[in-house]
Design a protein around this ligand. Structure first.
Ligand SMILES: CC(C)(COP(=O)(O)OP(=O)(O)OC[C@H]1O[C@@H](n2cnc3c(N)ncnc32)[C@H](O)[C@@H]1OP(=O)(O)O)[C@@H](O)C(=O)NCCC(=O)NCCS
Length: 289
């Protein structure tokens, strides 16, 4: 096992996520790109990554996304690595950072339980999938049009994301430029709704993993003044259609599953996405107990 910075580790981390991907696993290369790049580095203050090499790339990694949050990805054939990586994270932080796994990742759940981790009450996410063969065509009301983001349009693209999400969003122009340079980002899968007078008003970024054919939708947004007109649905369908045309066979999206924020899940299920496994959040118990 050795330690890397996130910039150096990201590619190998994505490769392992891709190799292990199934509807029962949590990580997708696009989610990792978004998590690593959605804000500028001095704002994100990401911690180090511990990586374990196998015969063909990595067999496991653990990322201290922050001082109190750990992301874990371990080949189910090497379950013993969970304990090693959790011990590393504990040593690095002086305490046990919390983490999240999919309920179907039994090797992680078992290793974390042995390391003293316990399930905790926290917002959770439900992975949803959609067979792209049955994708409906997108439609927008008069006055709006769907189109892909253009290279050099990072400023307007970051602004529509911020306007949809919140004024506290940390997606700056500079951050979006870095994101656009991060594989597997593609301009043709980054779709916006443009209004005749108001400019960009909704957006959806799809990330295609060519190895698995899975296109992850992350994130989707519509500015408050234009909500309730079907734009989030339409822009998601358009991004998924672009991904399908580029070779994707399955759509993936991971909205909140708890009752605290139910609208996005409704939007995606309205497009035909079907719910699968949910995430569980685990907190470190007392290692001396
Ligand atoms: C969630 C969000 C993207 C929805 O945008 P939108 O353009 O208003 O959504 P749409 O008009 O396409 O709605 C699609 C469906 O969701 C339903 N819906 C949308 N907002 C809703 C609300 N506040 N309450 C109940 N249902 C709602 C619509 O009725 C529609 O259902 P229908 O197809 O059966 O009519 C938007 O509110 C937003 O940007 N929120 C902040 C960012 C965010 O949470 N993104 C998603 C995270 S994964």
């Amino acid at each position: 096992m050795h330690e890397l910075g996130i910039d150096e580790a990201l590619g190998p981390m994505q490769a392992l996520a891709s190799r292990l991907w199934s509807p029962q696993s949590r990580h997708h290369p696009g989610q990792l790109a978004w998590s690593a790049r959605y804000a500028e580095p001095q704002v994100l203050r990401h911690g180090p990554v511990a990586v374990v090499h196998g015969r063909d790339g990595l067999d496991a990694w653990a990322w201290l996304e922050s001082s109190d949050w750990l992301e874990l990805c371990v080949d189910p054939q090497r379950p013993e690595l969970v304990a090693e990586l959790v011990a590393w994270a504990r040593g690095r932080t002086g305490a046990g950072p919390s983490t999240s796994v999919l309920e179907t990742e039994h090797h992680l759940l078992s290793g974390l339980a042995t390391a003293g981790y316990v399930e905790t009450d926290a917002p959770w996410f439900t992975h949803h999938t959609l067979d792209l063969v049955s994708l409906r065509p997108p439609t927008v009301p008069p006055g709006y049009r769907l189109r892909a983001v253009r290279p050099g349009e990072a400023e307007a693209r970051a602004a529509v994301h911020r306007d949809a999400w919140s004024v506290t969003s940390r997606v700056t122009t500079r951050a979006y430029e870095r994101l656009m340079a991060t594989p597997p980002y593609r301009h043709d899968l980054d779709v916006v709704v443009e209004h005749a007078d108001d400019g960009l008003v909704a957006s959806c970024l799809a990330w295609l993993d060519p190895a698995t054919g899975v296109a992850l939708v992350e994130p989707v947004g519509c500015v408050p003044e234009h909500r309730g007109r079907g734009l989030a649905g339409a822009v998601s369908l358009a991004a998924l259609a672009a991904a399908r045309d580029a070779g994707a066979t399955l759509g993936l999206v991971c909205p909140r599953g708890d009752d605290g924020y139910p609208v996005p899940g409704r939007v995606y299920r309205g497009l035909g996405f079907r719910p699968g496994p949910r995430t569980l959040t685990l907190a470190a118990g007392d290692p001396t107990a």
